[in-house]
Design a binder for this molecule. Sequence first.
Ligand code: NAD
Length: 300
Amino acid sequence: MTAHIIDGKAFAANVRERVKGHVTRMVEEHGLRPGLAVVLVGEDPASQVYVRNKGKQTAECGMASFEHKLPADTDEATLLALVNQLNEDATVHGILVQLPLPKHLNSDLVINTIAPEKDVDGFHVVNVGRLGAGLKSMVPCTPLGSLMMLKDYHGDLSGKNAVIIGRSNIVGKPMAQLLLGANATPTIAHSRTANLEDVVRAADIVVAAVGRPEMVTGDWIKPGATVIDVGINRVPAPEKGEGKHKIVGDVHFESAVKVAGAITPVPGGVGPMTIACLLANTVTAASRAAGLPEPSDLTV
Ligand code: NAD
């Protein structure tokens, strides 16, 4: 038996098509073009790639894309002034400050300066609190994309035991909140969890968000379980040539695919869904700002 492969790339393309449809209607019927502003401080190569992809996909969906690139030595006051300016700008519906920020900048302060209704990453404490309280919020993109795929595959998640490995604010914790909201029974495991393998073996749904290449092997997986691999790890790939690298997940795909019922690959699983959900969140934010009904097919 091999697992069903959940094709995040195709799913993300489908979400982007839906986004595009909503944007077209918003422009034609309401003269409203959703806009996303991305702020990048410094020259981190991975962040530059992310920001370029975000800008490209934003424009491809017909939205306005605003890119603000600041030098690595930008001081806090300058960055906060830019965030405040974007908060006031009616053509900007979503603001994303690319993390990590250079060490001299206080990420928490910067993120919490973004107007919560424009916080399309869902990292502002107001959105964290609202999600926890089961209120309308902006939902962090990676967990949102993961839950969309889970719901699409399973339908109802009621009664499912879900184990999330990793307790970060950007993936693990919001993922647990979303699963709880979907009537699953989530457990958050982490670096201090005792008998981690046994905890994972009890799960109908495993979400791996650890940042450790191929840590979760097939023998940790309950036969038939659904595995969402959030990990993105760059590892040496000598088989591709000297000095070459490849991207692997937190799950050892070759062994897990033989046991799981369904699994997301890396690359091509959760990764593409993250940007697609950022675009979806921007449309949601623009709809809310204009008092229009929120597209129900862009959330969970
Ligand atoms: P993080 O470093 O903030 O958190 C990692 C978590 O894993 C921590 O809570 C820690 O307790 C736990 N952990 C560490 N070692 C462990 C161990 N041995 N056993 C059990 N738990 C352990 O990481 P993050 O930001 O949540 O990201 C996790 C992974 O997901 C990374 O590989 C990251 O690149 C990837 N990621 C992918 C996307 C995407 O778009 N697909 C988005 C965000 C993060």
